[in-house]
Design a protein around this ligand. Structure first.
Ligand code: C5P
Length: 226
């Protein structure tokens, strides 16, 4: 049987990561968190003196670090130039800079290439989550899902997830909602490969659903598509 390819896109805080990992684990598929790749290259740039607000500097550095992603849904790993990035990519500093870095075409080209290679090499099939997987990275995916949720639900889910560089949890609902909205606006309005529902994606509004219900729904869609 051919390997099934599942694309899961949507804005932040819709449950993309939890859903994608659970669906992959349940069906024995590989898993790729493309947001983690953009975060890892951003983290590397912040650590290596690249001004992330300077698109030319970001473009010039886009090819420099090696970015390696694990594809086990139970322990997704990510490294930049051999250094484990899984912790630091969740800091506020990286979160605040990632949209500007990911909007640079040279960065997208580089990371998209890595994503296509990983998907092609995933023999048993893969769940790939991100913003432009169904529209740009894997337009021939067997199933495309676009997750949405109300801004309030998204902020509530993200609140407390963010950590400062010293490990302190940040919990401020209004600030979380504002940061989320700003990031989604930047991701949706950029020129290259913006966050957008693919025409042939199935939209699932998760506002009133539990994680288990969303997982069940997507598993059923994958089984129908495979
Ligand atoms: O999913 P996550 O919130 O970790 O993604 C972090 C950022 O990476 C997004 O806000 C977006 O700027 C970028 N991203 C992207 N394309 C993807 C996945 C993430 O531009 N496919």
């Amino acid at each position: 049987t051919p390997a099934v390819i599942v694309a899961i896109d949507g804005p932040s805080g819709t449950g993309k990561s939890s859903t994608s990992k659970a669906v992959a684990a349940r069906l024995g598929l590989s898993y790729l968190d493309t947001g983690a790749q953009y975060r890892a290259i951003t983290w590397w740039m912040l650590n290596n003196g690249v001004d992330t607000a300077d698109a030319d500097a970001v473009a010039a550095a886009a090819g420099k670090p090696s970015i390696v992603s694990g594809t086990d849904p139970l322990s997704p790993a990510i490294s930049a130039d051999g250094a484990d990035a899984s912790g630091p990519i969740r800091t506020q500093e990286v979160t605040a800079a990632v949209s500007a870095v990911s909007a640079v075409p040279e960065v997208r080209e580089r990371i998209t290439g890595l994503q296509r290679t990983i998907a092609a090499e995933a023999r048993g099939g893969i769940v790939v989550e991100g913003r432009d997987i169904g529209t740009t990275v894997l337009p021939d995916a067997d199933l495309k899902v676009f997750l949405t949720a109300s801004p309030e639900a998204r902020a509530a889910r993200r609140n407390g997830e963010l950590k400062t560089a010293d490990g302190t949890s940040v919990s401020d609902l209004a600030a979380t909602q504002q940061a989320l909205t700003a990031r989604d606006r930047a991701d949706s309005s950029r020129k290259t490969s913006p966050l957008k529902k693919a025409d042939d994606a199935v939209e699932v509004d998760t506002t009133e659903l539990t994680l288990e219900q969303v997982v069940e729904c997507v598993v059923t869609l994958v089984e129908k598509a495979a």
